[in-house]
Design a protein around this ligand. Structure first.
Ligand code: PEP
Ligand code: MN
Length: 483
């Protein structure tokens, strides 16, 4: 993906876009997009550069990437409780990973903008009517009578993203990270006594380590805050901070940072949020010999989905021009040559073949990338190739199959002298009114059964691991069970 000189944020318009939305009133769409273009950015070039820098640490095996959150966010779920539950789970999960891998974790949430969904069919049957499918809250409504795409939803998505990000930033600045202490994890859901003992020993070890760092005064990014007080920077400081104060990176990654991401599906919106700025770190600009770049300011990280990554399509054309680090979903249908053609940006390859297909696809893809000499980050998404329909007709995933793809992925990377740099998961810490976790995926240490699926099935799209099942994944990753 090179040839940047000939790129402008509208270049994609000359290519064919998959998953396009047909709006009934194009003048209305144009008016909304003008408004979006005038609104302030959600994230800044400094933050994006900083994530780029942290991803180079992942590439160098000095950090691990956690990409996680909802399949689809909804406007209705944009509440204080839900946002803090999601953030809390991401922080707890990453603490366990840090403990297990002895590496800092770079956290990227599928949050604050993950509204649009690619769909396999354009319509669905509801009763005796064939209606347009639900395509995400930023396109149309989930209610069968609200399926006509409405451009105002793009504006609403902007403001819901802003509200979500604002709350995340305030929670993190206010020390929310330190509230998620391993001693508060109840492991009461774990049915097997031996597994429970193993998890308990990890959380005890982690709790002791945290207490120790607190005692000796390294808690919750205190150095970052004091540096910021001195240097007058915001909590989301600048990239060169990390080259000058490497230990700060680790402390801050540990406690104080969450980057936001979403699938870059609706290119009208992505284009309106794409703006040209000077690269904030002057050493980088000198190296590249170009003072300005296009940044997508709606998220730090964006990815291209498995359904929109056609080589000559509009999405790939859009993604090749932005400075943000990007992800590309890699399923069984992509060829090694196509992968290699996509590697000129800072790319994270998010593999999602399915537990039964990874054995035949991953190794050739890894070897092709190795032969190309491009540095990439390999991330395992063990969710999207393992979706099934339960006997009661609910879309679900089995915990065991998810773990199986993850285990194979680790093993195959090892066999190829490659390294798994991260995981991409759909999970949620969201609880229902009575304080119970969702029931969307089968199995896990709580042994969720098919009969229990219907109890609290709340997803708007794909089934997510609940709080307990997510910690199970983290604990398994932290032990040597997967290796
Ligand atoms: C997703 O990440 O929610 C998704 C739709 O994934 P994929 O494009 O890999 O199917
Ligand atoms: Mn999904």
């Amino acid at each position: 993906m090179t040839d940047e000189e000939h790129w402008v944020p509208t270049s994609w318009r000359s290519k064919k876009a998959a998953q396009t939305v047909e709006y009934p009133d194009m003048a209305h769409l144009a008016k909304v997009l003008d408004k979006v273009r005038a609104l302030p950015p959600l994230v800044t070039p400094s933050e994006i550069e900083r994530l780029r820098h942290q991803l180079t640490l992942v590439q160098r095996n000095e950090a691990f990437l956690l990409h996680a959150g909802d399949c689809a966010e909804s406007f209705e779920a944009c509440t204080q409780e839900n946002i803090s539950a999601k953030l809390g789970l991401i922080l707890s999960f990453s603490l366990i990973l840090i403990w297990g891998a002895r590496l800092p974790v770079v956290r990227v949430g599928r949050i604050a903008g993950q509204y649009a969904k690619p769909r396999s069919s354009a319509t669905e049957k509801v009763g005796d009517r064939e209606i347009m499918i639900f395509r995400g809250d930023n396109v149309n409504g989930i209610h069968p009578d609200d399926r006509t795409p409405d451009p105002e939803r793009l504006l609403s998505a902007y403001f819901h993203s802003t509200a979500t990000l604002n709350h995340i930033r305030s929670l993190l600045i206010s020390g929310f990270g330190s509230l998620h202490h391993p001693r508060d994890w109840s492991l009461s859901h774990v049915r097997s006594p031996s597994l429970k003992a193993e998890y308990a020993s990890i959380s005890e070890g982690l709790a002791d380590a945290l207490d120790f760092t607190r005692t000796i005064g390294l808690e919750s990014g205190r150095e970052v805050q004091s540096y910021e007080r001195g240097g007058g920077r915001g909590v989301l400081g600048e990239a060169d901070l990390y080259t000058r104060y490497p230990y700060v990176v680790h402390r801050e990654i540990l406690h104080n940072m969450l980057y936001i991401s979403h699938e870059g599906l609706l290119l009208d919106y992505e284009e309106a949020m794409t703006r040209r700025y000077p690269i904030p770190d002057s050493t980088v600009s000198r190296e590249l010999g170009t003072p300005e770049k296009y940044y997508n300011t709606s998220a730090h990280f964006l990815w291209v989905g498995d359904r929109t990554r056609q080589m000559d399509g509009a999405h790939i054309e859009y993604f090749r021009g932005i400075r943000n680090p990007i992800g590309i979903k890699v399923g069984p249908s992509i060829t090694s040559d196509q992968i290699v053609t996509l590697l000129d940006c800072q790319v994270t390859l998010i593999t999602r073949y399915g537990a039964d297909k990874i054995g035949s696809h991953l190794a050739p893809h890894v070897r092709a990338v190795q032969a190309s000499g491009h540095p990439v980050i390999w991330v395992c998404d063990p969710m999207h190739g393992n979706t099934l329909v339960s006997s009661s007709g609910l879309k679900t995933r089995h915990f065991g199959t998810i773990i199986s793809e993850l285990t194979s992925c680790l093993r195959i990377h090892g066999e190829c002298n490659s390294r798994l740099g991260g995981v991409s998961l759909e999970f949620t810490g969201e609880l229902n009114e009575e304080g119970y976790s969702v029931t969307e995926c089968l199995g896990g240490s709580m042994e969720l059964s098919e009969e229990q699926l219907g109890l609290r099935y709340q997803t708007f799209c794909d089934p997510r691991l609940n709080f307990e099942q997510s910690l199970d994944v983290a604990f398994l990753e932290a032990t040597d069970v997967l290796y």
